[in-house]
Every structure is written in C-alpha cells, then in structure tokens.
Design a protein around this ligand. Structure first.
Ligand SMILES: Cc1ncc(COP(=O)(O)O)c(C=O)c1O
Length: 321
C-alpha cells in the first residue's frame, strides 16, 4: 500500500513540500543503512462513531528521547534539544492537519563521502507524518510462528538503537513469516531465548503473571512495552522480566504483541499451536481495553501520555467536506 502523502515534511528546521524531500542516491545511508528513526502515533480522542474531540501524540517525549539515544549510540550529532525536536513534531503535525496519523522522524548520514566511515557525511533530519489507522487487522488474533532467523546478537548491532539497519533482520523475519502463511514471526535471541517480533515486543501470560523478555535479550526498549508494564503494575498484576524459553510460548495462557504499529495485538496461535483457547484472554483484554481507553480519550490521561495538537481531525474534515 503506498503512503498517503501530506503537504509538508520538516527538514533540518524548516517545513518543505512533501515532494521536495529527496536525497541523492550516493548518500551514505543508501549504501550502509546509517539511519535512526522513530515511529509515533497521534490518536484522536472521543467516543467511537462520533466526531473527534481532539488529537494527541502518544508519549512524544519518550519517543524523541529514544531518537536522541539512538543517534548518540551511532555518534550522530543532532543539533536540536529534546524540547526542540518535540516542538518540531507538533509543528509538522499541526501544519499538515490530519489525525489520526503516524509520525516518522528520521536522521541519517547524507551526501558526503562514500567510504564506510560515516563521520564525514552530514546528518540530515526529517520528520514526516501521514494519516494512518490499524496495522494488524487480526481482530480474531494473529497466527504467528517462531522465526528461523535469530535477533541481533549482543555487541553486533545494538538493539536499543532504533536504527534503519536493524530492520534488515526484521525484514528477513517478516518475509519468512508471510511466505509461510503467518501474520508475523517471533525471533529468538542468539542463545535461543524469546526476543521479539520483527517490529513488536512480546508478552506472555501464565497463571495470572505477565512475562516479557528483558532488554538484554536483544529487544527494542519499546515505549508501548513500558506503558503496558506500567498499566499492569497499576492493576496489581505481577510483571516478570526474565529470559524466557521458547516453549513457554506453547504452554502460556495468553500472548500478545505491543508496539506503536501493533498497539496491543493478541496472538491466537504460535507454530499452529493454539494459545489458550485462541481467544483474547482476560489479562490481555484488561490491558488492551485500558490502553485504548487512554489513547482514545475514553479514560482520563492520568499519566500525561498525550501531547495535545491543534488540528482538524480526519472525521471533522469528512463532516466539513
Ligand atoms: C523491533 C521492534 N521492537 C519493538 C517495537 C515496539 O516499540 P514501540 O512500542 O516503542 O513502538 C518496535 C516498534 O517500534 C520495533 O521495531
């Protein structure tokens, strides 16, 4: 599906037309994958089926903090503070005026020298957004597999950096899953412990406890993951972050993915073994409903997770059209 465009993209401090946001084929990033990026959602708030009451960006500061961290790991100087980057995201979203949307900040090594050493290639920063809805339309639960590909081994490609190059590994996982008729693949880490999906963190429920792999098992430090852990603890659910054997997937009561794209998506089966009775279990349902209640404004934003943006929402535009 091609991207639905918006009018402006933020580039190194100014808004430029979408069509002008181009780079040279000899840019460093094209050859060596030298980019870091974020994926952020802007949600509309209001009752389902009625016009939206407003729009808010989910955990903007945490996302831009991770963006800065990713750049730091790769020695990419970003000449903007956290506040300036957050303001830039709000500026581009408000200027384009469409919600709900997906926001994509990206920083990369541009057109400079073609050798592997990136230090002589300039760092370019862009922030784009576009209207976006659900990524995983598996309301009955996703059928997933364990991938034959491992996640990035420690001290090879840093998993805590959300770097473009990491997604070559994700692409292998995702393609294999799709070709074999699964919605997604779950990768193991180099030691055979559960890691994560190609673009999602993994949670399992067994006997009322919530399990997820710790950061040392080659996972991205997911912002949805952190949010779900926080919600679970508030509900008094015990959260266990420990290395998890693969076979726990086959004997758990519930399993779900979290991520900006996947949000909270329940898994129906793994390797054709049904998880529980295949339906969304009580713990997943509780966390799923709480998450969507908060982001869609049906529940008060008690953690301050939403940064309000002043825009016409897609629903209002439809009404006005
Ligand atoms: C590899 C990987 N793991 C986990 C996640 C989930 O992270 P977040 O919840 O911050 O979107 C993502 C998506 O960004 C991802 O690409």
């Amino acid at each position: 599906m091609p991207i639905q465009t918006t009018e402006y993209i933020w580039h190194n401090g100014t808004l430029i037309p979408w069509a002008d946001a181009n780079i040279h084929v000899m840019s460093h990033v094209v050859h060596y994958g030298s980019s870091v990026f974020e994926g952020i959602r802007c949600y509309t708030q209001g009752e389902e089926g009625s016009p939206a009451q407003g729009a808010g960006i989910f955990r903007l500061r945490e996302h831009m903090h991770r963006f800065i961290d990713s750049a730091r790991i790769y020695r990419m100087p970003l000449p903007y503070s956290l506040d300036q980057l957050c303001d830039a995201v709000v500026e581009v979203v408000e200027s384009n005026g469409a919600a709900p949307c997906y926001i994509r900040p990206v920083a990369f090594r541009g057109y400079g020298e073609i050798g592997v050493n990136p230090l002589k290639s300039p760092v370019e920063i862009y922030i784009a957004n576009f209207p976006w809805g659900n990524f995983m339309p598996h309301h009955g639960g996703a059928d997933v597999c364990v991938s034959s590909w491992n996640r990035l081994a420690p001290n090879t490609m840093p998993s805590l950096a959300k770097a473009g190059a990491n997604y070559m590994n994700s692409q292998l996982i995702r393609m294999e899953a799709e070709i074999n008729g699964y919605a997604e693949g779950i990768a193991l880490d180099r030691n055979g412990y559960l890691s994560e999906g190609s673009g999602e963190n993994l949670f399992l429920v067994r006997e009322g406890k919530l399990y997820t792999s710790p950061l040392a098992n080659s996972v991205l430090n997911g912002i949805t993951r952190a949010s779900i852990i926080q919600l679970a603890r508030q509900f008094g659910i015990e959260v266990v972050e420990q290395a998890l054997p693969r076979e726990l997937l086959y004997v758990c009561d519930e399993a779900f993915f979290t991520g900006t794209a996947a949000e909270v998506s329940h898994l129906r089966s793994v390797d054709r073994i049904l998880i529980g009775d295949g339906t969304m279990g009580p713990v997943t349902t509780l966390l799923h409903d709480e998450f969507f209640g908060l982001v869609n404004g049906r529940k008060a934003d008690r953690f301050g997770w939403l940064t309000p943006v002043r825009i016409k929402t897609a629903e209002q535009e439809t009404v006005n059209a």
